[in-house]
Design a protein around this ligand. Structure first.
Ligand code: ADP
Length: 476
């Protein structure tokens, strides 16, 4: 199994393809040369045969002219026979020449004349017809037959020479093939090694970048190639990891700090109660204080859980039709009571009744966080206004206050967990910095968004956009 996986590695695949392509190119080259040579030999053989037949025909014509009477020519003169013999003896090919009358009487027969030359089925006068046949001992012959009335000239060559040349060529190819194979495999392996070397290098360097060394980067390549793009992507990824790790560390520190404060208070109170003696009055005080601190811890833990679930895409939203006007009316009533202590005026402009598909308790949590902040960060005598607008598809709910506002530099961070502006820390000690983080995640889980506009010293306006559900009856 391991061996099989090894064969699937890039190195093997590259080598395999390289070998295959080289062998295919070699086979194509060999095949082309073979076919071309075969064709060439064939053409040469045929043209030789035609020439020889014509030569004999011309010779016999001269002889007939010399004799003066065609029909009485029943044998050739010794001179003509000598010339034919001499001509073909100089020809290196194995050959057969037969000159016969149409009746079948042999006028001349060369040395290997006993080879039976088949007569083509149709032989028009004056034309030379080329045929092939297999003679005795399986030898292949190429035959040119010409009817030069009242004679028939037949010249045949064996195809042995052609076959020998082709056979030699094939042998050469078969001997070279293993050498080509070795070169192909070696070349492929070398090519794969060279191509993969930068990747091996990148892997080694990437391996050295551990959690403790996330500030390091893989050196860029001098050429902008595919490996360069890979390095850039990996460096980007390491950069993002570095930011995530930093944020995670900061988050751990913040969590520890936030949980430590109530625990320290609880510990101090318990120690004080122990040293000063536990009376029924301070015991009750202690329990009340404990419950407050426990409630604070459990709020922090709940918010952290919500954030973690939302970031993992697991924030469960129980989608139901929610009448936002009704929900805001409830929240407005609560906020008015809360604001009355600071003489802050709260107003609500309901707009048209609007329904969104969502989780009523989560949406309540979102708007309560915005209203609580608005009241918390607004000075006595200020005002908080809730407005609700909608177009065909979107509902826009704004919570506007005339409070302390948010410094420009803090605006991009206030939705991060535990982030609080210095001004807010000075004014409200009890805040955890988790409210807006949770609010943003709830809005996003409802396919909505949240944005803020603020002028330090003049006030802030938080706007939540939610997709409107049309054709749904509000559930009251
Ligand atoms: P908390 O209110 O507990 O500090 P939040 O997450 O609700 O936490 O808010 C984060 C920070 O955003 C606050 O500490 C404050 O600096 C700023 N902020 C939020 N709402 C307002 C507001 N209405 N006016 C001014 N600052 C605000």
């Amino acid at each position: 199994m391991k061996l099989l996986q090894r064969f699937k590695s890039i190195r093997f695949v590259l080598t395999g393809w390289y070998t295959l392509i080289l062998l295919a190119a070699f086979a194509l080259f060999g095949f082309s040369v073979y076919i071309y040579l075969q064709h060439l030999q064939d053409a040469e053989l045929s043209s030789n045969l035609m020439e020889e037949t014509d030569w004999i025909s011309r010779l016999v014509d001269v002889e007939r002219g010399r004799m003066g009477a065609v029909q009485h020519l029943d044998s050739l003169s010794a001179d003509v026979e000598e010339r034919i013999l001499e001509h073909f003896t100089l020809n290196p090919r194995n050959y057969v020449v037969i000159l016969s009358s149409l009746g079948g009487d042999i006028l001349y027969e060369s040395e290997f004349g006993d080879t039976l030359l088949p007569t083509p089925s149709s032989l028009p006068p004056g034309r030379t017809v080329l045929t092939s046949f297999t003679g005795s001992r399986g030898i292949n012959w190429r035959l040119a037959s010409q009817r030069a009335d009242p004679f028939m000239i037949q010249v045949a060559y064996t195809e042995e020479t052609t076959e020998k040349v082709l056979h030699h060529l094939l042998s050469i190819f078969l001997v070279i093939a293993p050498v080509v194979l070795v070169f192909a495999v070696g070349g492929g392996w070398l090519m794969a090694t060279v191509a993969l070397r930068p990747i091996v290098d990148v892997t080694q360097r990437a391996n050295r970048i551990t959690v403790e060394r996330l500030n390091e980067r893989i050196p860029a390549r001098p050429v902008p190639d595919e490996i360069g793009a890979l390095i850039a992507t990996m460096n980007d990824m390491i950069g993002r990891l570095q930011i995530s790790f930093r944020k995670m560390k900061e988050l751990f520190v913040s969590i520890a700090h936030e949980l430590k404060t109530p625990l320290t208070i609880m510990k101090g109170e318990a120690e004080f109660a122990l040293t000063s003696g536990l009376t029924p009055e301070n015991a009750e005080q202690l329990v009340v204080s404990y419950l407050e601190e426990i409630a604070r811890i459990s709020r922090i833990v709940d918010d952290l859980l919500t954030i973690a679930r939302a970031d993992a895409g697991q924030l469960s939203i129980d989608h139901q039709p929610v009448d936002i006007s009704l929900l805001l009316q409830d929240l407005y009533d609560d906020a008015s009571i809360l604001a009355s202590d600071k003489h802050i005026t709260v107003s609500y402009a309901p707009g048209v009744p609007a329904v969104v598909s969502g989780d009523a308790s989560r949406l309540r949590q979102l708007f309560r966080a915005l209203l609580t902040n608005a009241i918390q960060y607004t000075n006595e005598g200020g005002s908080v206004g809730i407005t609700c607008l909608c177009d065909r598809h979107t509902l826009e709910i704004s919570v506007r206050d005339t409070g302390i506002g948010i410094p420009r530099d803090d605006l991009q961070n206030i939705f991060e967990p535990f982030y609080r502006s210095q001004d807010a820390r000075d004014r409200v000690k009890s805040g955890s910095g988790l409210g807006l983080s949770v609010a943003r995640r709830i809005a996003e889980a409802h396919n909505g968004s949240i944005r803020v506009e603020s002028t330090p010293g003049a006030g802030s306006c938080f706007t939540v956009r939610l997709p409107l559900q049309t054709g749904i009856t509000p559930k009251r």
